[in-house]
Design a protein around this ligand. Structure first.
Ligand SMILES: [Fe+2]
Length: 411
């Protein structure tokens, strides 16, 4: 099967990603994830090539290139082409200025391209991979063991069981706008080793993934599969994120699905956070409108949600017995807020809806950060080397929510 391209540019071909048997009908119908073959130099795309890739990203969520030689400058240029006015890394210049931030502690900025970071696991000794970072460089792949409230036993981990680490959007969610795209370039990783992700939420759901595979779900599918009352709620709701969310959630622990936090009241009080200003707090719609297709994507960073603002049903919408919050609401009870968001998101991470990138060296993946959620997976041994370059930039423009027509259609 090939993916229709009109007009087909000379030498380029597009096909769906190789789906694991676990991938169900819906992601296949949507062609969620495509592979592009035939790009001459990924570091120096022609305008025509970029236009095709940009369109594919918004239509298919994830765009993969195999056997490509990417340079950090080329990766930065490609990332920046999606948003030429973007200035800096998605989390700002330093990345994680606050000591208590839960963001990847082993992220290393490439000296010549600070918006590109080295991430991974184990002892990296290849100068090409390190690009000027001190050799050797020891990295640590994040593990659910420290982030989730409950853990897989050492015995089961040794058998290859793991979890989704943290479902998320790459976004600071304070002061800066959510990046449009993230690019990930795989340099070194173990291949041909499998893990089983356990959801451990009483459903019995499990998913076989390649070790260290990056899992993706479509925010469009997440919205599309909801029952009418939750769709109505989704188009009427805005999420207020906590100030400095990655510091705020520092001592809280995640659910076993990696989809948001357990409400034990362990978040930092807003008074104890590093200095913050009301004007930088982000209140974003639950549904983000795709700039190319016009579809709605349910895009919420579940770990960082703080409060919900729900609009009443619009004039002309029919009030049904099962309509949720028909008169609107401002929800501030964190447990209630999280449970409501979880009820909207959990259906969308069902095993059959997850596409996991099976990494090979010299593989590049671009993902629509405003249209997908992703999670890393995998439990790595200390001596298993994994090295990736990743790049995203805080966007120059905010996300766009549902239009009036969208609200009327789904409310
Ligand atoms: Fe990420």
């Amino acid at each position: 099967m090939t993916v229709a391209l009109a007009p087909a540019p000379a030498g380029l071909s597009v096909r769906p990603v190789p789906y694991a048997p676990s991938v169900g009908k819906r992601p296949r119908q949507e062609a969620f994830g495509v592979v592009v073959d035939g790009i001459k130099d990924i570091n120096k795309l022609t305008d025509d090539e970029f236009a095709i890739i940009e369109n594919l990203l918004y239509r298919h969520g994830v765009v993969v290139f195999e056997d490509v030689d990417v340079t950090p400058a080329g990766q930065h240029a490609l990332t920046n082409a999606f948003d030429p006015a973007a200035q800096e890394y998605g989390h700002g210049k330093v990345g994680r200025p606050e000591a208590a931030s839960i963001l990847h502690p082993d992220l290393r900025n490439i000296p010549a391209q600070p918006a590109v970071q080295l991430i991974g696991n184990g002892l990296v000794t290849d100068d090409h991979v390190l690009q000027g970072l001190v050799n050797p460089c020891k990295l640590k792949h994040p593990s659910h063991q420290s982030f989730h409230k409950t853990q897989i036993s050492a015995e089961d981990s040794a058998k290859g069981f793991t979890r989704f680490y943290r479902w998320h959007i790459d976004a600071a969610l304070y002061e800066r706008e959510a990046p449009k795209v993230t690019t990930l370039y795989g340099l070194q990783m173990p291949t041909a080793k499998k893990n089983i992700v356990r959801y451990d939420d009483g459903t019995g759901d499990e998913l076989e993934v390649p070790l260290g595979g990056t899992a993706f779900v479509s925010g469009k599918v997440m919205f599309d599969i909801l029952p009418a009352p939750l769709k109505s709620l989704a188009v009427r709701t805005r999420v207020q994120y906590a100030p400095h969310p990655y510091v705020w959630m520092g001592s809280a622990k995640a659910k076993s699905t990696g989809l948001g936090m357990v409400s034990d009241g362990t978040e930092m009080s807003l008074d104890d956070l590093p200095p913050w200003e009301e004007k930088h707090v982000k209140t974003l719609p639950v549904c983000w409108k795709n700039p190319v297709t016009g579809h709605l994507h349910l895009q919420v960073h579940p770990s960082a949600v703080h409060e919900l603002f729900i609009d009443p049903l619009p004039v002309g919408a029919r009030r049904q017995p099962d309509t949720l919050y028909p008169d609107g609401a401002h929800l501030t009870n964190l447990k209630e807020v999280r449970e409501l968001i979880y009820s909207m998101q959990r259906p969308g991470i069902a095993p059959e809806l997850v596409y996991t990138v099976d990494w090979k060296p010299r593989q590049l993946a671009l993902f629509h950060n405003r249209g997908t959620l992703h999670s890393i997976t995998g439990a790595f041994a200390e001596d298993e080397v994994r090295a990736f370059w990743q790049c995203n930039q805080a966007a120059s423009v905010p996300v766009v929510g549902p239009s009036e027509e969208d609200v009327l259609e789904f409310a």
